[in-house]
Design a protein around this ligand. Structure first.
Ligand code: GDP
Length: 300
């Protein structure tokens, strides 16, 4: 995965140095922790996350589990792996389906974060699993958004619910609500509601998203965040958490050559699990997110 290339290389190098040592002194541990800290900061991981992560690694690395280990260096690598899994959310969390269909999934995020693309990918994935998703075009801000979702729906082979062309832009809350009703009447067991994103977090957008959330009571609100966002991940994620109280995260553009800091920060900052990772422009480029596999990819 291109995204974590540099971070991965830096950590591998750090551990290579560590492995030449037999017993580890506190100075060895401190040196290693400092290098890990530097590598994470260079990868744009949020400072609060880096601090917490390195404090935990240091505490454990200086403790008995490393002293007693046959191979102390290997034990430190193991600790880093476990703590990486922890900041990535720990256990894998699957999409939650409603007891009584339709399951309503609302998407939120900045414009350009990859929401519309993800809507198509998710529809396709769910279809493969035997579901009958409906895509709802409730992004009425961007002139092109409805057309774009229509194209995505066609490619995914999914039905779309959108305001009739020529009827004015309409009201996104009504469109979202009518979309869910349409799904109920036409036996779509999952509804994916695409909402408007703006270039920056703004109050009007948040109010609109919060109103849509209140109107359709979604089973999941997925916050789509671009892996390239860097240090802005903290403010953006917190603003969306406050605004729409999302239930899960989708990382997008993990195929890019970004440093990956957002990916490593967002679960820890918000306490919300990452459910999917999007890694390409094609409709097939979507993976269920596994914290342990992601940690292994970074450390391999
Ligand atoms: P939205 O404004 O949040 O709906 O974002 P879009 O879905 O329109 O995506 C914005 C741009 O990012 C488009 O050019 C997409 O093709 C591209 N994009 C979306 N997801 C990915 C991804 O996972 N990888 C890459 N490389 N590009 C992506």
């Amino acid at each position: 995965m291109a995204t974590f290339g540099t971070l991965s290389d830096r950590l591998t190098e750090t551990f290579r140095g560590l492995r030449t040592k037999g017993k580890l002194t506190p100075a060895d541990v401190d040196g290693t922790v400092r290098e890990i800290r530097r590598a994470l900061l260079e990868a744009d991981v949020a400072l609060v996350v880096v601090k917490e992560f390195t404090a935990k690694v240091r505490e454990r690395a200086l403790g008995d589990e490393v002293n007693r280990a046959l191979n102390p260096a290997q034990q430190v690598v193991q600790i880093v792996n476990e703590e990486l899994v922890a900041i990535l959310g720990g256990e894998q969390r699957r999409l939650q389906f409603a007891k009584n269909p339709p399951t309503v999934i609302m998407l939120a995020g900045l414009q350009g974060s990859g929401k519309t693309t993800f809507a198509g990918k998710l529809a396709k994935l769910l279809e493969k699993e035997g579901h009958t998703p409906l895509l709802v075009a409730a992004d009425l801000q961007r002139p092109n958004a409805v057309t774009q979702l229509t194209v995505v729906a066609e490619r995914a082979g999914a039905t779309i619910f959108a305001p009739e062309p020529g009827n004015g832009v309409g009201d996104p809350i009504t469109v979202a609500r009518d979309g869910v009703e349409f799904a109920t009447r036409h036996q779509h067991d999952v509804v994916i509601v695409d909402t408007a994103g703006r270039l920056g977090v703004d109050a009007e957008l948040m109010t609109q998203a919060a109103d849509i959330r209140a109107a359709i009571s979604p089973d999941e609100v997925l916050f789509v965040i671009d892996a390239m966002i860097g240090q802005d991940a903290v403010t953006t994620a917190r603003a969306f958490q406050e605004g729409v109280d999302f239930t899960g995260v989708v990382l997008s553009k993990l195929d890019g050559d970004a440093r990956g800091g957002a990916a490593l920060s967002v679960a820890s900052i918000t306490g919300r699990p990452i459910i999917y990772a999007s890694n390409g422009e094609g409709l097939e480029d979507l993976e269920v997110f596994h914290p342990d596999r992601m940690a292994s990819r970074i450390l391999d």
